[in-house]
Design a protein around this ligand. Structure first.
Ligand code: NAD
Length: 345
């Protein structure tokens, strides 16, 4: 049977990407909505065929009795994930949680404790793991087609626009947990660890917040920059920003340099290889949109059939710890050593 999904938080990403993807997914269907704005939620419900009785407010009163909902997909501001994730778990539902898992590692740990107590699963929405061009690159690395990779870079930047609602909470540290590093730098960090299949053991970071008249970077960093050293001794350099618009990953192999540009866009991601002989080969591009349905159906199958979750809560917690180590390094201006679970040594 197709798993029933309720979307919690009906903002920009939820309405434009999450809800349509659940509707397209073969193993999943939209059976509920959770929102603080009932009129908006009823509009979305009628557009996508969700019964009025399956529209809840954030308290999720009555959700436990709704057998048509198996999974709650939490898409609220980062610091508001926790209360919704815990309410969903307490209603007996499994949880698909947007990245970053939380605004700090303590909140991530509390959600995992609640999942354990409720005997329910949590998956983190790291969509790049299901994006076909990213997956193609991962397979090339695994087969050794790039040769030795002793250096990698990843840069995730997009302009923060204070005039749009979805960027207003991103300017508030208490709601976002941080700036560009937390929001999109996490793609650089999570992406490289996944592609290289190795956790860094040392890192050093700097952050920068230029002063603007509107004060958009008053509480959060605009730019983040991190150097990583891995147990294999390879190096990586990642950056994030809220000014330019570019998302790319470069793996600097001895046989070929692979460039994903864009790397983690919603559509149109592209993989190109350049060899030492100066040849540039664009790889056949694959439909990026598949990433949304891919991650959603993956979790439906994990819940229904007990399949292993590729991007579990443990990965989300590890990344929250790494982000905390990055902020500590930036504040102290020091190298920080980290354990395989992301905790500071
Ligand atoms: P958004 O502002 O458009 O949506 C957030 C929703 O949460 C809004 O409907 C808002 O009304 C609601 N909300 C509930 N409690 C709130 C509170 N206390 N303060 C403010 N709003 C509250 O934001 P978004 O861009 O859709 O981001 C939501 C989440 O999704 C974030 O965690 C973000 O990191 C994640 N996201 C992921 C992707 C992705 O590609 N996977 C893309 C965008 C956003």
């Amino acid at each position: 049977r197709r798993m029933g999904w309720a979307v919690c938080g009906l903002g920009h990403f939820a309405q434009n990407y999450a809800v349509p993807a659940i509707d397209r997914a073969a193993e999943s269907k939209l059976t509920g909505l959770i929102s603080g704005n009932r009129d908006k939620a009823l509009g979305v419900a009628s557009a996508w065929g969700v019964p009025e009785g399956s529209v809840y407010d954030y308290g999720m009163q009555g959700l436990a009795d709704n057998d048509a909902v198996d999974i709650v997909y939490v898409i609220t501001p980062n610091a508001i994930h926790e209360e919704n994730v815990i309410a969903a778990l307490e209603a007996g539902k499994h949880v698909f949680c947007e990245k970053p898992f939380a605004h700090n590692s303590a909140a991530a740990q509390r959600m995992m404790d609640a999942a354990k107590a409720a005997d329910r699963k949590i998956m983190i929405a790291y969509r790049a793991h299901f994006e076909p061009n990213n997956v193609a690159l991962k397979e090339m690395v695994q087969k050794g087609e790039l040769g030795d990779i002793w250096y990698a870079t990843s840069d995730h930047h997009r302009p923060l626009d204070p005039s749009v609602e979805r960027d207003q909470w991103r300017m508030v540290r208490g709601l976002a947990g941080g700036g560009s590093l937390m929001d999109i730098g996490i793609y650089s960090l999570n992406g490289l660890i996944w592609l290289l299949d190795e956790m860094p053991e040392r890192l050093v970071a700097t952050t920068f917040s230029p002063q603007t008249e509107d004060g958009r970077f008053g509480e959060i960093e605009a730019i983040g920059q991190v150097q990583l050293i891995f147990p294999s001794r390879r190096r990586a350099s990642i950056s994030s920003g809220y000014v330019a618009d570019k998302k790319r990953i470069d793996l600097w192999g001895s046989k070929a340099v692979a460039v994903l540009d864009p790397a983690t866009a919603y559509s149109g991601n592209k993989l190109t290889l350049s060899t030492a002989e100066g040849e540039e080969t664009p790889m056949p591009s694959k439909p990026s949109e598949q990433q949304f349905v891919g991650e959603i159906d993956h979790f439906s199958k994990a819940v229904r059939d007990g399949m292993e979750i590729l991007t579990p809560a443990e990965m989300g917690l590890r990344d929250m710890r790494l982000l905390e180590a990055i902020y500590v390094s930036a504040e102290r201006g020091e190298w920080i050593e980290v354990n395989p679970d992301g905790t500071m040594r």
